[in-house]
Each structure stands twice: as C-alpha cells, then as structure tokens.
Write a protein that binds this ligand. Structure first.
Ligand SMILES: *Cc1c(COP(=O)(O)O)cnc(C)c1O
Length: 422
C-alpha cells in the first residue's frame, strides 16, 4: 500500500517500510525520536530536474536550509548537484562535506561582513545580492580582501505565489529581493562598483508552490529585466529561477519538477534567452517527501472533548505544525485490527502549541511507533533544544542498508559551551 507523496515509504503487509527496512525495526535499533530518509527518494527527486536540464548549461543548487545534514549534502554532491547557502554556518557545512565552493551560491538578505569574507576566501560561485546597501558592503569587503565577488541580483518580481504568507517571498511587501522598478539602477550601480562582477539574475518567489503559473509570470518579469539590463551594456550570463516547488503533504498535486522545468525552458527559448546558463534552487522538493520522523507512543489520554496521543517527538523536533499550522500525515508503523480512534497527536513539550497533528484517526497502543511523513525538509534543520531536549538521531536508508548519519544529542551536548558562575 503506497502513501500519497511518499515514494519509497509504503506498507508491506502490516508493517511500514522505508525502502527495504521496516521503520519499527529502525526505531528499535536507533531509538526515537528518529529521522529516517530514503536515499533513492532524494536522488529521484533530483533526477526530475536533471532530466529536464540535460544538454543545457545548468546548475541545480540544492537549498540546503531544507536539510543540511552532511551525509545529505554528500548524497547530492555525488550526483553533480550544487548548493544554495544562506549563512556562514552552511558554508562551513558544505566545506566539511568536501564540496567544491565553485558550485555554491550564497543567498540571504542579511549577510555579515564576516560571512562575505569567508565566502570570498572559499571562492563561492556567486553571491545573490538582495539590496543596494549589500552591494556597497560586498564591494568594500571584496576590495579589502583583494578578491572579485561574482554577483547576481535577487529581484523581486512582485508576483503572488499563492502560498502561505510566511513562505511567500516574491511580493512587494516581503523583505526579500530588489524591487522590479529599481533593479536596472541597482545593476548599473553594481557594474560601477569595484570588486564586483555581475554574472546573473536571481529570483525566488516563495515555497510550497503548487502551480506553474506563478513561475511563468515571474520568469517573464525576470526576462523583461534581463533585456533592459543588457540594453545598458551589462551582460547577464545566468538565470537563477529559485526554488519553491511544492510537495504532497496531504492532497496537494504539484507539477512534477521535470514538467515545471520543461515549461520554463520552453518559455526561455521562445523569448530568445536559451543561450544562458539556467539555475534552480530547489530545497523542499528534493528532500521533503524522502523523510519521516519516527516517534514512540508514550501514553494514550482519553478526554471529554479530545483524545490525546502523547508521543516522544515534539515541536522542538518538528516545528512546522506549531509554526505554520502545517498539516503533516501521521501513520502507524504497524497496522492493528482495532478500529481507529481520533486523537490529537502531541509531544511532551510544555506548550499548548506543541502538537504534530490534530484529529487523526489512529489505531495505536502505548509502545507503538508512529511516523510523521514528508518530514525530510524543514524538520531537522528547524529542530531546537527547547525544554532541554536533545535533538533526534538521523538515519539514511538505501535498500537494506541503514546508516546512522547523526548521533542523538546527549545531555552533555545540551550545555556544552555554558559556564557555571561562582
Ligand atoms: C528557501 C530558499 C529556497 C528553497 O525553497 P524551497 O521551497 O525549499 O524549494 C531557494 N532559494 C532561496 C533563496 C531560499 O531562501
């Protein structure tokens, strides 16, 4: 029995499997809460983008804030993928994974001078610059370091991606990018500043986008700008069309990455821009459906208005429900004959906002395992130590092989770096 949106996570008989491993066995072996990822699901998601881009000068830069665990980065790097970073910490992760900085783009509205210096020293492929003020600072830092910063401007196409307000980024009211109207002036400024080399244009309009329309609209706006900028004698070598493609959490039916990319490439060719290098920055769509958060049922607590299923994973392990009211599918790792009961699935954290799912029909008993699906993106990377809970362990599954890729945090990890006072 397959589960919508989760390739490589399916029931075989009564048992939930990830690739060729029973999820409950992994929970016994590695403990819970536990993140498990299917390597095949990640590589297949990437392959969708790659098939559409085959034969073109291109670079897919995985937006690693979705899941930045070193082994995940290695997995994508081995498949020729580049990376989109948003901090010095993410740069350090890329370097620790042995990845070439020549395939790294550096995004984000608030890069510090220190981060700029580190990225220049490492030799990143491109800085995606988001304001005039940042251009000035990057120019100064590059001159000081005796380096040239290759840049693209992240422009704000002012299109509505039709997504959740917290994850919509391409509207005028958002903090991201340079306004469409001022982009030509910003390019002229960039071209005139020392230490900078303009190489591209970038946009990213939001996340969990389920339609092709907003992408085509944004692309058209970007191409209009490219034509204007080049009319001023500034060459744009690459088009970076961002990330944001949705995955299936419940009944969303986003286009396949391959379909989306082919549509955009057709439009690019139609408008005579086919000679440019094409870049994408997918995050969620490469890893989201590849992962699950596995948790043990601690207590069943029946109530007058609500029944609670209290599990050992909490909002500190998976923040999306508490933070965005996100709906994530929750399934039992073993199917029981008993008729399901409707529960709110909640964690042990002392907050009413600590829930993973509301009104879920589950046939479970204490000691059973449940899996929060589509948890591969914005799960572990948003995990915290709230309530002094150590962060979960992570396991990468490939066929029958299950590799521990991150240890469960221990108590000593929780107060490392703290100082007692006399
Ligand atoms: C977060 C982010 C992405 C990836 O977004 P997804 O919705 O995870 O695909 C891409 N580019 C930039 C600049 C981002 O901040």
């Amino acid at each position: 029995m397959t589960i919508p949106g989760s390739p490589h996570i399916a029931y075989r008989g009564d048992a939930l499997f990830i690739e060729d491993r029973a999820v409950a066995d992994l929970a016994h072996e590695f403990g819970t809460p536990l993140y498990v990822y299917s390597k095949s699901a990640m590589l297949e998601a990437l392959a969708g983008y790659q098939r559409a881009l085959e034969g073109r000068d291109h670079l897919i830069c995985y937006a690693m804030k979705a899941n930045s665990t070193l082994a995940v980065l290695q997995t994508f790097a081995a498949a020729e993928c580049g990376f989109d970073i948003v901090s010095g910490g993410e740069l350090a992760r890329v370097l620790a994974a042995g990845i070439s900085p020549a395939k790294v783009v550096f995004s984000g509205v608030g890069k510090t001078r220190t981060e700029m210096r580190q990225a220049l020293d490492a030799g990143v492929m491109c800085f995606n610059v988001e304001s005039d003020a940042e251009l000035e600072v990057l120019s100064a830092v590059a001159v000081e370091s005796g380096k040239t910063a290759r840049i693209s401007l992240r422009v704000n196409p002012d299109v509505d991606a039709g997504t959740h307000p917290y994850i919509s980024t391409g509207l005028k009211a958002n903090k991201f990018g340079i306004a469409h109207e001022s982009a030509v002036a910003s390019y002229q400024r960039a071209a005139a500043l020392p230490g900078l080399e303009v190489i591209g244009i970038d946009c990213h309009i939001g996340s969990q986008i389920t339609e092709i329309g907003p992408y085509v609209n944004a692309l058209d706006r970007v191409l209009d700008l490219v034509e204007k900028v080049e009319a001023h004698g500034i060459t744009i070598k690459h088009l970076d069309l961002g990330g944001g493609l949705a995955i299936t959490y419940t009944d969303e039916a986003p286009p396949a990455a391959e379909t989306l990319v082919r549509r955009l490439l057709a439009r690019i060719d139609e408008r005579g821009h086919g000679h440019r290098k094409i870049m994408f920055e997918p995050g969620r769509s490469l890893v989201g459906n590849a992962g699950a958060l596995v948790s043990e049922v601690l207590y069943l607590k029946p109530g007058e208005e609500k029944n609670f299923c209290i599990v050992d994973a909490a909002m500190n392990d998976m923040a999306r429900p508490a933070m965005y009211q996100a709906w994530m599918r929750i399934v039992a790792c073993g199917l029981r004959e008993a008729s399901p009961v409707t529960y709110d699935v909640v964690g042990p954290v002392c907050e009413s906002g600590d829930w993973l799912g509301r009104d879920r029909a589950l046939a479970v008993e204490a000691g059973d395992f449940v899996a929060v699906l589509s948890a591969g993106a914005y799960g572990m990377t948003m995990a915290s130590n709230y309530n002094s809970r150590g962060r979960a362990a992570e396991v990468l599954v490939s066929g029958e092989r299950a590799l521990l890729i991150r240890d469960r945090e221990q108590a000593v990890d929780l107060f490392r770096g703290e100082h007692l006072i006399d």
